[in-house]
Design a protein around this ligand. Structure first.
Ligand SMILES: [Zn+2]
Length: 367
């Protein structure tokens, strides 16, 4: 029943100060002409002015919906900015210092649409700090589960590089913190964003302490990584699990992947903490997949079942992508309902129940 479980949502208005302006020249004097050429089609397509899709309205659409339609058992807290030491567990010092120099400025960092505005570095520190707060709450037992409403998102950010709207890899910073400071020895990161979590994979590629499971649209879709042969290396060999999927996949395919690939892997790994890179761009209103709200609810139910089985329910979610504001907000709310104790929805192919009923109705007509 909704309200049976206690859920902490980490939300902090400082993350609204990240407001990249797509009109800013790309690193003046450096790659300007090439980047303008690459981005030109985006700027001019269908005479629609291109705007930066990862904007503050993403967070406010979620918080507005949660205010209008509150959920029993869900409470809210703000976060502290992540420190340089915390970020430094997954990012190179030179990279962090470089990002710090951008405080108060506007700039493009990468061809993959990663930009900053004057408030972006502070926002990115708070985003990573929110993921840490979520993990601390569930490991200490202060919350049953937690959801960090982070932006900028994180899973494309690599150890030394900003990519795909991401500055610091929030989920990786949280996993590394749990391992270094909270006594977690085996952390499972599940990434259901439609894009491959290249940064998270890269950071934990050779780690024996972190298992990374990622369902995503297959390459050449952005960022182009995540083939099934990418399984990690060294002490981490076998702990990276990629499930690249064709466009148009829906609830049944994702649930099958979770039940038949993730569940046995998790039962073998026996995590003591589960993190989810929770993007909502798999929803049918967003880019290219066909997940329904019930699909997100069902995936949440599976992940919660794994957390209950292996780690006393210790489950923290970290927001990644999702650019259709309606499905982003409604998707987050659906996940929170299940985290709060709501029954995970039963999934069936849309229309089958109705056709069964209609078939019964028409059955005698031609006999
Ligand atoms: Zn995404």
């Amino acid at each position: 029943m909704i309200g049976e479980r206690d859920v902490l949502v980490i939300h902090d208005d400082r993350m609204l100060a990240h407001r990249p302006n797509p009109e800013v020249p790309f690193q003046p004097g450096k790659l300007d002409s090439r980047i303008q050429a690459i981005l030109g089609s985006l700027f001019d397509s269908a005479n629609t002015k291109w705007s930066y899709p990862e904007h503050p309205g993403r967070l406010t659409s979620i918080t507005d919906l949660l205010t209008r339609e509150s959920i029993a058992g869900v409470r809210y807290e703000t976060a502290r900015p992540a420190t340089e030491e915390q970020l430094g567990r997954v990012h190179a010092t030179s990279y962090i210092e470089n990002i710090y120099t951008l405080r108060g400025k506007q700039a493009w960092l990468d061809v993959d649409t990663t930009a900053v505005s004057p408030g972006s570095v502070d926002a990115a520190e708070v985003a990573a700090g929110s993921a840490i707060a979520a993990v601390e709450a569930v490991v200490s037992g202060r919350a049953g589960s937690a959801f960090a409403l982070c932006r900028p998102p994180g899973h494309h950010a690599e150890s030394v590089r900003a990519r795909g709207f991401c500055l610091f890899n929030n989920v990786a910073v949280a996993a590394a913190h749990a391992h270094a400071k909270l006594g977690c020895e085996r952390v499972l990161i599940i990434d259901w964003d439609v894009h491959h979590g290249n940064g998270t994979q890269d950071i934990f590629w050779a780690s024996p302490d972190v298992m990374f499971f990622d369902t995503h649209r297959a390459a050449p879709f952005y960022p182009g990584s995540g083939n099934k042969e990418e399984i990690g290396a060294g002490l981490g060999e076998g702990l990276t699990i990629n499930v690249p999927l064709p466009a148009g996949c829906g609830d049944m395919a994702l649930i099958k992947a979770y039940r038949e690939i993730l569940m046995p892997a998790a039962d073998w790994f026996k995590p003591d903490l589960i993190l989810v890179s929770a993007g909502f761009d798999m929803h049918r209103l967003d880019l290219c997949m066909n997940l329904s709200y019930s699909g997100f609810g069902a995936l949440t139910g599976i992940v919660q079942e794994l957390a209950d089985r292996h780690c006393e329910g210790r489950l923290a979610m970290v927001l990644e992508g999702g650019y259709n504001l309606e499905s982003l907000a409604r998707g987050v709310r659906t996940v929170l309902e299940v985290l709060a104790g709501g029954q995970p929805p039963e999934i069936e192919e849309p229309g089958i129940k109705e056709v069964d009923e209609l078939a019964a109705y028409h059955r005698d007509a031609f006999n």
